[in-house]
Write a protein that binds this ligand. Structure first.
Ligand code: GLY
Ligand code: MN
Ligand code: MN
Length: 439
């Protein structure tokens, strides 16, 4: 039996316990979880790529089949309504025959509206969890995505089961094969578009299967935080390569970034120093540590880098307080990872939905939680030459603290980010990305 099959019964048991607890708390009979419906493009007869409801794929690895439903109450064996129409235009899903099947009563839906025939009689006591509220209303449901239920599920799902951790290790292994192929393509002179093809081919997944749009950035494009341009032409000179790309396994994401210098030079040294800083932050992760404190510790690391590489002068605290580190490192340290690349629950301090906002000075931080065992997070410090942010420093006395000649030397390289996926354990941290063979 493979590891996924081995851990799956305990996963289902955990999900059932969570549902039992929240339906009892909210006085509900159960939850009706919808995989989704295809979304039609405007003025067209084509659909957007299908993206499954994350609350659906939490239960089982069906990620490409709309019109499926789960009926769960935490006590009875869950029911799966599996959509399999007669259709000669499209490939229909194969009847499931997998390690998870024994954990469901499975009924086949040959047309989407037949769901009505399988819904419970006391429908008003069940809550719909899904995106298509109007359709749910049409089939007779009256309660939709109650925030008490979603807060509860989001809070608890940040603690991964052993099955989920195994899926995420595999998502890391797959992405690492892509990263190694992409690095090779970069050093052999490929353009961004060709590096993307090398990546997708190595991971064996389509662009639509990626958990987010890959960032494949040469030279100054590395300074555009969400760059997805995929230039077909090579730049005249090759300086640097930033790749932020993941993969999926059974619906779980990996999210990995590396930065490379084409030649041995100051930028290459900066990349190595950033790598050391990133590992130092990872070493600080442990249960009961605040992620906000890790983010603040990262600003200290960035301040030290600015001083060591003579990009700025002054003292570390001053560089942080005056938001000079923030101009070079404007995003958050990282985020929860799981069914979604920016997994839900990063701001919740309890399961009734109490929100901890990010500090005013760090609005882009995506996680303010205190860490706990079996959480999975990214750690992704960065340093970029973003002219629109650096020009703000030129407007006041901070300009004298920045070494503009050193900034100019780095501009062609764009920026650096190093991102790994970490499991917090009671006694140690597990770096799934490095364990999968990416240095
Ligand atoms: N790839 C998106 C992120 O790193 O958050
Ligand atoms: Mn990330
Ligand atoms: Mn990323």
């Amino acid at each position: 039996m493979n590891l996924f099959a081995q851990h799956y019964p305990e996963h289902i048991q955990t999900l059932n316990q969570r549902v039992a607890e929240i339906v009892s708390r909210e006085g509900l009979a159960g939850l009706i979880i919808h995989s989704g419906r295809p979304q039609r493009q405007f003025l067209d007869d084509m659909d957007y790529p299908f993206k499954v409801n994350p609350q659906f794929k939490a239960w089982l690895p069906i990620i490409d089949n709309p019109h499926c439903w789960l009926l769960v109450n935490g006590t009875d064996k869950p029911t799966l309504l599996f959509y399999r129409p007669v259709d000669f235009w499209h490939k229909v899903a194969d009847l499931p025959d997998a390690f998870w099947c024994d954990h469901f009563n499975i009924h086949v839906l040959t047309n989407a509206d037949a769901v009505r025939d399988f819904l419970p009689k006391d429908l008003e006591a069940w809550s719909y969890i899904g995106e298509h509220v109007e359709y749910a209303l049409e089939v007779g449901l009256t309660s939709f995505n109650p925030s008490a239920v979603l807060n509860y599920l989001h809070f608890h799902r940040t603690i991964k089961t052993d099955y989920e951790l195994e899926c995420m290790r595999e998502a890391n292994r797959i992405a690492v094969t892509g990263h190694l192929a992409a690095k090779n393509a970069f050093y052999h002179g490929a353009c961004e578009f060709d590096i993307q093809q090398a990546y997708l081919s190595a991971v064996g997944q389509t662009e639509n299967e990626m958990p987010y749009g890959n960032i494949i950035a040469l030279n100054e494009n590395a300074a555009i935080l969400h760059y997805t341009g995929l230039a077909r032409q090579n730049p005249q000179h090759r300086h640097s390569f930033l790749i932020d790309a993941g993969a999926q396994f059974h619906g779980y994401a990996s999210d990995i970034t590396r930065t490379y210098s084409f030649e041995k030079n100051l930028f290459d040294e900066l990349v190595m120093q950033m790598d050391n800083s990133q590992r130092a932050i990872i070493d600080m992760m442990a249960p009961n540590v605040s992620y906000v404190d890790l983010h603040l510790a990262c600003h200290e690391q960035i301040a030290q880098l600015l001083l060591d590489f003579k990009l700025a002068s002054g003292d570390k605290q001053g560089l942080i307080e005056q938001k000079i580190t923030g101009a070079f490192f404007p995003h958050g340290l990282g985020h929860m990872l799981g069914l979604q690349v920016h997994d839900m629950g990063g701001f919740l301090s309890d399961d009734i939905g109490t929100h901890i906002a990010s500090p005013d000075a760090h609005p882009f931080l995506r996680c303010t939680r205190t860490l706990a065992a079996n959480q999975v997070l990214t750690i992704e410090p960065g340093l970029y030459i973003i002219d629109s942010l650096l020009s703000e420093l030129k407007q006041d006395k901070r300009q004298s603290q920045v070494n503009w000649d050193a900034v100019a030397l780095l501009r062609d390289f764009g920026g650096i980010r190093i991102e790994d996926n970490i499991i917090v354990h009671d006694t140690h941290n597990e770096n799934m990305t490095r364990d999968a063979g990416l240095s």
